[in-house]
Design a protein around this ligand. Structure first.
Ligand code: TRP
Ligand code: ZN
Length: 854
């Protein structure tokens, strides 16, 4: 047995140990002499010692750098090399630091710092990647202006800010806005641009560009429209306008995450910006629009106002996710967006919050900050802002935001600063509300009711289960949006927000003529788990009559969950009343097709597993899979006579447009096709595949055929047609695994890792295969353990190349405490094998250790 512990115990960083840097950085000048294996970086930095420094040590971060020379005030110095950087004796008056270092971008497979992707140079500095470019106080509370000179043979040389000069083989940039190093960016490549312009509300003319590799220039138009819409929206809704002469977006193939908000130079995973009807699905279009908006909105919430330290990450991410969700709701459909977000929250954040990786939106410790770019920081961080807005009201919210921008522009802030602004703008005491930022775990809210003599009483009891390091929880402020319906479907009490603050709280509605049906947690007004004993009859009633579209869907979702649980636990048949209700709904042409599609989309098998676990039942993934299959088959038979008509009625005529209306119809049409395929053996899907002129319908048809094991010919044709388009090939790889049966999933995934087009170094391709394996619930958890072994092997191999992506994907194992002891032992063995592998990264070491502690 190898020693599981790394040679030096990884350092843990604590929020409570925050100390400001002892120096101001007055300016930064950087010169890059680009060369694939030996790029020289020359830095010239003006430092001024702070008179009131708490920590006067001159420490500069640096990792994997070759120091060629260093000077202070022009004199050569020999810094002392220490763990993670260097220190040096410095004058007590302002001084100039100069350093020349050498780095190897071509060898950088971690995709952090300066690296090469498909022949172009690009950077990724958030969170702590700048220290892989040069020695610097690489912390977000150190802000400075940057001037950059790039020398290289590439036709396009980009950095942050405005261009200040260019010639053959060089370009210079200056960013007038002080920024932390994590927002630094550089791109160099033989790129083409899709140009446009935008005039801001105060009349500033801004040049806009999306830069891509030759061949991708016809996939930029949609992203550009999304950018202009985002710019307009932020002016109209938040009064925020853009602040440079140029805004550049670059598409990069090899990227660890979705996109990055570098000042004036956003860098995007090509999958999050490139779009065309032939190669992108409706879901891709919606996501691209949202991510373009997200990164653009960071210009104010993140860049102009940044984070004091990385513990405050949700200050920028929670707020920016909240803002991009508002944007999507405005551009498309508010209820549809809300339902989609709640589905995603339950799929990604709830498992985190209810497992070994649980942490508060503002964590208090970490070993590797990259491991905290989580659903909790992002999505729960956004939910917290949604609750705040609901509590103070819209007017106060925007008043507080104005104050935030006014008071903190140019600063590096904390959650305390953020809440103070709300307290000052509204006069409210938010000390209890603040618990949302410090307590982990999903609150359970138990609701009971009583109706006596015209008085209707709801009793709410909240509690939060223990999470790692937090055994006891205090009651939080929970905004509960509640409405009441009469038995004939009239709303007898419009939505009102009940503010829960105590462990137990009672609310009475007086003067009702009959017992109402409550609609609780409308719009999902708080990220909690509602526990309420109710009947399927009442759920069916709400599914048909609730005036809140979210709760209508929620009632359907609860019915779907209950019927599946009953099928799994005692072999029940699919609930007949629910099937009838679904049928009525699907055939109701007055109801938004997008909503009908969502009501027809079953809860995920992983979610059923979690529900069973919450009720003290050990989930059996194969049984859950079988129940899902049986249910869909039964539903298809129930709808048999209406399916052809519905299919025809939801087929969109005319040219493809990725708007809300068209994509809603196509979503419903896709659900109908998958039901139809259960009955016609794939005839209609094969016809649709043949006729499709857009990826949504082509891919949708292929998925139906593959699921029915009738898609071999089309899958081969698809491959041959699209093999040189990387983003489409990612879809093809993922689909093979997603459609595989529980017995074959690991085998299919394993085979694909030997495919000539599989490239572990490309995170999109790795995720396409391994992410799809983890997402194939019954396949990944097949009792052979083959899925676990395959993922572990691939994570070990990837860790040597790309720790960040490896560590993120370890989360596939986070739900292990749900399962039976045999599966638990299999997973544990794989996790221990990962932990024992030689030279394991700090990233993966931290994730696996935390998961194992669960
Ligand atoms: N700040 C980015 C965003 O949310 C995300 C991000 C953090 C990131 N670290 C990254 C992106 C590393 C790519 C690589 O928009
Ligand atoms: Zn972000």
């Amino acid at each position: 047995m190898k020693d599981a512990a790394p040679t030096t115990a990884p350092e843990t960083f604590y929020l409570k140990n925050y100390k400001p840097f002892g120096f101001e950085v007055d300016s930064v000048e950087l010169t890059f002499l680009l060369s694939p294996n030996a790029t020289r970086v020359l830095s010239k930095i003006q430092f001024s010692p702070k008179s009131d420094a708490v920590d006067p040590r001159f420490f500069l971060h640096g990792e994997a750098l070759k120091l060629i020379s260093a000077k202070i005030n022009g004199e050569a110095v020999t810094p002392e090399m220490v763990d993670g950087g260097l220190t040096c004796a410095t004058p007590d008056t302002p001084f100039t630091w100069e350093a020349e270092i050498e780095i190897d971008p071509a060898a950088n497979t971690a995709l952090e710092g300066l690296y090469m992707s498909s022949g172009m140079y690009c950077t990724q500095c958030e969170a702590e990647g700048f220290r892989k470019i040069t020695y610097y106080p690489d912390r977000p509370d150190v802000m400075s202006t940057f001037s950059v000179r790039i020398e290289g043979q590439e036709s396009v040389l980009l950095s942050n800010g405005n261009p200040t000069g260019q010639g053959e083989g060089w370009a210079e940039w200056h960013d007038p806005w002080p920024k932390p190093a994590y927002l630094f960016a550089l791109v160099a490549g033989d790129l083409l641009n899709h140009p446009d312009r935008f005039t801001t509300q105060s009349g500033r003319d801004v040049e806009l560009n999306i830069w891509v590799r030759p061949g991708d220039e016809d996939k930029c138009a949609f992203g550009m429209e999304a950018l202009k819409k985002s710019m307009t929206w932020d002016e109209q809704v938040y009064g925020r306008e853009y602040d440079l002469d140029i805004f550049n977006i670059v598409a990069v193939d090899d990227f660890n995450m979705g996109a990055m908000e570098n000042k004036g130079l956003n860098i995007f995973n090509s999958s999050c910006v490139l779009a065309s009807p032939e190669t992108s699905t409706d879901a891709n279009f919606e996501r691209i629009e949202a991510i373009i908006a997200h990164e653009y909105f960071h210009n104010w919430t993140g860049n102009r106002i940044t984070c004091r330290d990385w513990f405050q990450l949700c200050l920028k991410e929670g707020l920016t996710v909240y803002r991009d969700a508002q944007f999507t709701a405005d551009m498309r459909s508010e209820p549809v967006k809300r339902i989609e977000d709640v589905i995603a929250l339950r799929a990604r954040q709830f498992p985190e919050d209810n497992g070994p990786l649980a942490h508060p939106p503002r964590p208090e410790q970490f070993q590797e900050i990259n491991n905290f770019y989580t659903a909790t920081v992002y999505e729960k961080g956004a939910e917290v802002i949604g609750m705040l807005k609901r509590l103070v009201g819209d007017d106060s919210y925007y008043k507080a935001l104005d104050l935030y921008f006014d008071r903190h522009d140019g600063q590096a802030c904390t959650i305390e600063d953020w809440l103070q602004v709300f307290e000052d703008a509204t006069g409210r005491d938010l000390s209890q509300f603040k618990l949302w930022y410090s307590q982990a775990g999903t609150p359970r809210v138990k609701v009971t009711e009583d109706y006596t003599d015209g008085n209707y009483t709801l009793t709410f009891e909240q509690s939060t289960p223990p999470t790692p390091e937090q055994p006891d929880k205090s009651p939080r402020v929970i905004p509960m949006a509640v409405g009441l319906l009469s038995a004939n479907g009239d709303e007898v009490c419009a939505t009102q927000v009940i503010e829960l603050t105590k462990a137990k709280q009672v609310v009475t509605f007086e003067g009702l003529t009959s017992k109402p049906v409550p609609s609780i947690l409308r719009e999902f007004s708080a990220p909690v788990i509602l526990q309420r004993e109710t009947t399927n009859a009442e759920r069916t009633f709400l599914l048909a009559h609730d005036t809140d579209p979210f709760n209508r869907w929620e009632a359907g979702n609860a019915l779907a969950t209950e019927t599946r649980v009953a099928m799994v636990t005692h072999g029940a048949a699919p609930d007949a009343a629910y099937l009838d209700a679904l049928e009525k709904l699907v055939r109701d042409d007055n109801l938004d097709p997008a909503l009908r599609a969502l009501v027809l989309s079953p809860p995920s098998q992983s979610e059923i597993a979690q529900t069973l676990h919450d009720r003290g039942i050990t989930p059996d993934p194969q049984k859950i899979y079988d129940a899902a299959e049986t249910f869909t088959q039964t539903l298809a038979q129930q709808l048999e006579t209406s399916l052809p008509r519905l299919y025809a009625a939801t087929t969109v005529d005319g040219p493809y447009k990725p708007d809300a209306k068209g994509s809603g119809l196509r979503a419903l049409n896709g659900r109908i096709l998958s039901l139809l395929t259960r009955l016609d053996g794939g005839d209609q899907a094969a016809r649709q595949y043949q006729a499709a002129d857009n990826m949504t319908q082509q891919y949708g048809a292929l998925a139906c055929l593959m699921k029915a094991e009738k898609g071999a010919t089309q899958s081969q044709a698809f491959f041959e047609h699209w093999q040189s388009d990387r983003l489409v090939m990612d879809k093809w790889f993922a689909l093979q695994v997603a459609c595989a049966t529980p017995q074959t999933a690991a085998n299919v995934a394993s085979g694909l890792t030997n495919h000539p087009l599989f490239d572990m170094k490309n995170p999109n391709r790795f995720r396409a295969v391994m992410g799809a394996l983890a997402g194939n619930h019954a396949g990944f958890h097949h009792d052979s353990g083959a899925g676990y072994t395959l993922l572990a092997q691939n994570l070990i191999a990837l860790d040597a190349l790309n720790p960040q992506t490896t560590a993120r994907m370890c989360a596939a194992f986070q739900t292990w405490p749900r399962y039976d002891s045999v599966r638990q032992a299999l997973i544990r063995a794989e996790l221990e094998r990962i932990l024992a592998s030689d030279g394991l990264s700090r990233d993966t070491n931290e994730m696996v250790s935390r998961i194992l502690q669960g």
